[in-house]
Design a binder for this molecule. Structure first.
Ligand SMILES: [Zn+2]
Ligand SMILES: [Zn+2]
Length: 344
């Protein structure tokens, strides 16, 4: 089968590989029907993900049809249409029981697919711990509608959930890339008083204005000023940092009011400075980290009910044989791209 593979820094290639086999009774083999490219794949390409293993098939955002299951898999069966969760988790360890599935202590726990083990920009993928890693797609939900459930939507949904947003809040979201927009979609479900989205890219600003007309958009250079003018208590009540650019962490805590929650979802390529003397007395609550992708069943139900729609994010579609061009477009943000779907 064809599989898009991390060869070495700055080099991915479409290789012929053996079709994956069940290794454990808790595994499932999924025939991938639609995959996507994530900015984390680009981070791997740039060598910014040290735990990524050269030689692995990349891709951790995909949907497909269950081809085969191990004897211990009970939640899905051959022929089921499923989303694949970016996180691999056992559901039984201390962290899983608390919902912190990103920190699952299983050897494959956390983000393994397309990073430490073969992922899904390929014809087939082996999903370990398939009882928790796969979710059945409701019949009325298309592959396109479900494509982002396992990764960027999971991230946005989790970010909104941990940010404790209330209806009287002014919420600032920094970054309107795919994860930023999924965060926005999830924040909208919390119905806060005002939402401000800070973004530098014109295409992305246009996208937000077109699809979410009630949201205030702002460029980074006037972000602090606008947030101050639009908030009642000297800054945003909640800030979600989803950009991960050089200066966006600083922007996040500067735009927050005292005692605000600042949720940092971004995956930075460089270390960030936490200048505690400058923020002394501001009493901020920082929440950081990687997605605990355990809400996929809930988000699929919200999609089925028409409350979440991520299909406008899929601006381009390519076949697996054209995946190199798809990466090129996505990485260089050409032609107003937000997300690329890869048909397999
Ligand atoms: Zn991702
Ligand atoms: Zn676990």
């Amino acid at each position: 089968m064809k599989a898009y593979t991390y060869i070495e820094q700055n080099k991915f290639a479409l290789l012929d590989k053996e079709k994956p086999q069940l290794l454990e009774q808790t595994d499932a083999i999924v025939k991938v029907t639609l995959a996507s490219i994530c900015s984390s794949d680009i981070h791997i390409k740039h060598g910014a993900v040290p735990r990524a293993v050269p030689g692995i098939t990349v891709g951790h955002e995909m949907v497909g049809i269950v081809e085969e299951v191990g004897s211990a898999v009970t939640t899905v069966k051959k022929g089921d249409r499923v989303t694949v969760n970016v996180e691999t988790f056992c559901g039984e360890c201390f962290y899983c029981k608390h919902g912190y599935v990103n920190n699952c202590t299983d050897q494959n726990g956390g983000w393994a697919l397309g990073c430490r083990i073969d992922g899904g920009q390929a014809e087939y993928v082996r999903v370990p711990l398939a009882n928790t890693g796969l979710n059945k797609i409701p019949d009325s939900v298309s592959d396109e509608q479900a494509l982002l459930v396992g990764d960027v939507l999971a991230t946005g949904y989790w970010a909104a959930r941990i940010s404790e947003i209330k209806e009287e809040d002014t919420v600032l979201i920094i970054g309107a890339g795919p994860t930023g927009i999924c965060t926005l979609i999830s924040v909208l479900l919390k119905n806060p008083k005002k939402i401000i989205v800070c973004e530098t890219d014109e295409n992305r600003i246009t996208f937000v204005k077109k699809h979410y007309p009630d949201v205030i958009t702002v460029k980074p250079e006037c972000c602090q000023e606008v947030v101050l003018a639009k908030s009642e208590h000297g800054g945003a009540d909640v800030v979600l940092e989803v950009a991960g650019a050089d200066s966006t962490f600083e922007l996040a805590w500067k735009c927050a009011r005292p005692n605000a929650i600042v949720t940092v979802v971004a995956l930075y390529e460089k270390p960030q400075i936490l200048p505690l003397p400058d923020m002394y007395g501001k009493n901020l609550i920082f929440k950081t980290g990687g997605v605990d992708g355990c809400d996929c069943e809930e988000t699929l139900a919200l999609i089925e009910a028409g409350k979440i729609d991520t299909t406008p994010l899929i601006t381009h579609t390519y076949s697996l044989s054209q995946i190199k061009e798809a990466y090129d477009l996505f990485e260089n943000k050409r032609d107003g791209v937000i997300k690329v779907a890869i048909t397999i």
